[in-house]
Design a protein around this ligand. Sequence first.
Ligand code: ZN
Length: 163
Amino acid sequence: MRIGIGIDVHAFGPGDSVVIAGVRVPYARGVVAHSDGDVALHALCDALLGAAGLGDIGMHFPDSDPKWKGADSRELTRHVMALLRARHYRVANADLTILAEAPRIGRHREAMRRSIAQLLGIGDDQVNIKATTTEGLGFIGRNEGLAAQAVVLLHAAGSEASG
Ligand SMILES: [Zn+2]
């Protein structure tokens, strides 16, 4: 088994929605980003890459590469999963925390969970999404941006003891 952690932050900017975990959430602002600025999937990709010992998202999808400009982060995640599958890793589970004062993600949580489960090729029950504010403290508390943290556990295909 191998464990990985990832964290990502994006500032709010002009726009009318925020993409979180591949789900577009209507909001009075968007995010400033080279790609679609999906904090959840960026944190998740870093956790996956970290667990596999494959570096980080910036190495694989550099901001300087126009190929990833405005990219759908689901494509980045699929690319990362292909790297892991080539090394015979599978995801045991993923646990994410979204840190934001707004938008509230409560009613989008199940859609986000399903979205991530599909991207990782695992069951919904192997994905957990939590949301929290920072009690008005810091840049998140001032509603200047949002952040996400992800933890994943990988196992080598064929080495799993149960289910
Ligand atoms: Zn990001």
